[in-house]
Design a protein around this ligand. Sequence first.
Ligand code: ADP
Ligand code: MG
Length: 273
Amino acid sequence: MKTTMNGTLEITTPLHIDEARQPLVQAQGVRKSYGPIEVLKGIDLSVQAGQVMCLLGPSGSGKSTFLRCINHLERIDGGRINFDGQLIGYAQRNGKLHEMKPVEVAKQRRGIGMVFQRFNLFPHMTALENIIAAPIGIKKIPKARAVAHARDLLEQVGLGDKASLHPSQLSGGQQQRVAIARALAMEPKLLLFDEPTSALDPELVGDVLDVMQGLAASGMTMIVVTHEVGFARNVADEVVFMDGGVVVESGPPSAVLDNPVHERTRAFLENVI
Ligand code: ADP
Ligand code: MG
């Protein structure tokens, strides 16, 4: 598939090969450059619904960029990303693919939640207000329903008694759990995590990972960039090791983490464990 100058796509392969078995996320040959520097050099990855993929790799290998491409925060320069049967950034109209309009982008993004290293909560809002803002403002959910759902989510992340506190009154780990609840409030089909525990004091990491493990057990589809090898071993269905903008190796945790084939993977794991 090629992008033409006017932003339409020339389809050279069928878009819907087998709907039933189609992964929820499928990246094929994804390329991304910043100026002359190519940071993603043809990434092929796919995640089935209900599965957890952990993305590991040294700093600068392109992990965040890849997540940002899925979530419309960056535009890819080549390849394609299919999400839930639709190409990221492209809509089908009159039998042709066109670049999505902002309103279509917003709709697609609603199906994808993202949790960042820095929790990015609104500082002037309580935990509860942070969680209900998007459901009310964007999804137009009635306030009473949004509040009831937010209270359930706060319970789920172990913060049922913290609804009326502001971010500054919460620990980093608690703030991150509010951020997870906030992402869940939009009922996403996919959750992206970009080093969700890297900014936390070590004693606060476990509570956040426990919440994430619970989500995984409940069937949430997740792509998690993390250096927490223990989490990847316990929770991931697939572990991917990236370096220098390419996937070096991928497979079940027992293969990639315990019997890595590539020297680069081995060297990385020796440093993080
Ligand atoms: P990782 O998350 O694996 O640490 P990133 O995806 O953040 O890697 O970065 C990959 C490479 O792209 C790095 O060399 C980084 O400096 C570069 N990069 C990331 N974002 C930008 C940007 N907005 N402009 C220019 N270069 C960038
Ligand atoms: Mg990063």
